[in-house]
Design a protein around this ligand. Structure first.
Ligand code: SF4
Length: 432
């Protein structure tokens, strides 16, 4: 074990849920003690791997990418859902043991490993695939700053980790509830003007939206800063708008026969609305709640929802300057990685963004570059490799030279750069 000269060892107690299907029973917690040299550079996943290697090889947990993009290592950490590979030990309360549990609402396979089948069945039933309208002329150009793209926002970044589903109390009460992740995915397609399956998709998911009680738990825990709550409210808003316009046939206005006819035509053998069966009472309630209140009240409700739940988030957010570091703290002629932190208001919800940026500083103040660490291929995190003298994306082999230009791998364009300014000896970058 490498022990840093600069960091004293800290002993942490990790309490981990254990369940062995060969033993059965209710499961129990085991405690492990582990010494950590630098908690700021040690994730919960690092800790689990060490415990498995050094103390108990039978400990089971799931992981793959280690860089917050595969969604495999979702678990409940000190009572809150998160990715083990994204949670630093230093961010958990000191002098308290760390508790690790498997995700809620999923069958436990072993220890921290859950069966994700129920998640993906519901995800699949919400029709998560894109099927373009017939008259689409490819390539469809959607500008990143267009209103449509801004409304969809971060929702396309979902990695299907299941954290949101685990945090949602409504999942526990409604077997038929599609859950936040599936509804978030449906939203990204319903809000896409190229979507050729709008009516069918809406039919699949609208009823499920009414199980949401706007608790924001999913939004609080999502490791990708997505707000499934906003997505759910947006689906309801789309349905209300459509009804108010009266241009298309409302999804709940379809006859059962028509729905069944559509289900038999679903591509890829996907099943239809029966994946989320609703009782007749619930259907009647939903129908009345959504379509029975008349055009005037619908418009009013739509306006309220639009303004209160969604409006603030689709307004163009003003650009802001975020403080990074004092210039003195940035080494000249080197690449420094600094984590910038700022708040983002998303409707009612305020979330905190923590994102690393890479700063190349030369003596000349006009010779500073601040690179975005997001790989332009699939959004993985890029880091500076001092040996290779390249910016490297560990996941898909993407590499960028010192100017940020692509030197290897699949990235389609150079690294993005932040606008910056230096004031009173401090460096600031502009974020939207
Ligand atoms: Fe995970 Fe967020 Fe996707 Fe839910 S919405 S599955 S929490 S990434």
């Amino acid at each position: 074990m490498n022990i840093s000269k600069h960091h004293p060892l800290h002993t942490r107690t990790i309490k981990i849920f254990r369940y062995d299907p060969c033993v059965n029973g209710e499961g129990h917690f085991d405690r492990f003690e582990t010494e950590i040299a630098d908690e700021t550079k040690t994730t919960i996943l690092d800790v689990l791997i060490r415990i498995q290697k050094e103390q108990d090889p039978s400990l089971s947990f799931r992981y793959a990418c280690r860089v917050n993009m595969c969604g495999s290592c979702g678990m409940v950490i000190n009572g809150r859902e998160g990715l083990a590979c994204k949670t630093n030990v230093a961010d958990l309360p000191k002098d308290k043991e760390i508790t690790l549990r498997p995700l809620n609402h999923f069958p436990v396979v072993k220890d921290l490993v859950v069966d994700m089948d129920p998640f993906f069945k519901k995800y699949e039933a919400s029709m998560p695939y894109f099927d373009p309208t017939e008259d689409l002329t490819e390539p469809a150009i959607i500008r990143p700053d267009s209103k449509e793209r801004r409304i969809i926002g971060l929702a396309t970044e979902c990695i299907q980790c299941g954290c949101c589903v685990s945090s949602c109390t409504m999942v526990n009460y409604h077997d038929s509830y599609a859950g936040p992740a599936a509804l978030n995915r449906a939203f990204t397609l319903l809000a896409d003007s190229r979507d050729g399956l709008y009516d069918l998709r809406m039919n699949q998911v609208l009823q499920s939206c009414y199980h949401c009680r706007t608790e924001f738990n999913c939004t609080e825990v999502c490791p990708k800063e997505i707000s499934p709550t906003r997505a759910i409210k947006h689906i309801q808003r789309l349905a209300l708008k459509k009804y108010a316009r009266g241009k298309r046939q409302g999804p709940l206005e379809r006859t059962e026969g028509a729905i069944q006819a559509i289900q038999t035509d679903l591509p890829c053998g996907r099943s239809g609305a029966s994946e989320f069966p609703e009782s007749p009472e619930r259907r009647r309630f939903l129908k009345q709640a959504t379509f029975g209140i008349g055009a005037v009240s619908t418009l009013a409700l739509g306006a309220v929802l639009g303004t209160a739940a969604i409006g603030p988030s689709i307004k163009k957010t003003p650009k802001r300057w975020i403080h990074l570091k004092s210039m003195e703290a940035l080494a000249v002629g080197k690449v420094s990685t600094v984590v910038m932190t700022y708040d983002v208001q998303n409707g009612f919800h305020k979330s905190r963004v923590s994102k690393p940026v890479m700063i190349v500083r030369q003596l000349d103040i006009n010779n500073i570059v601040v690179f975005n660490t997001t790989c332009t291929h699939l959004g993985c995190t890029v880091h500076w490799d001092e040996n290779k003298k390249l910016y490297v994306c560990a996941c898909h082999g993407g590499m960028f030279d010192q100017e940020g230009n692509v030197s290897a791998g699949p990235p389609p364009r150079p690294l993005d750069r932040y606008a910056f300014k230096v004031e009173d000896g401090h460096l600031f970058v502009e974020v939207v």
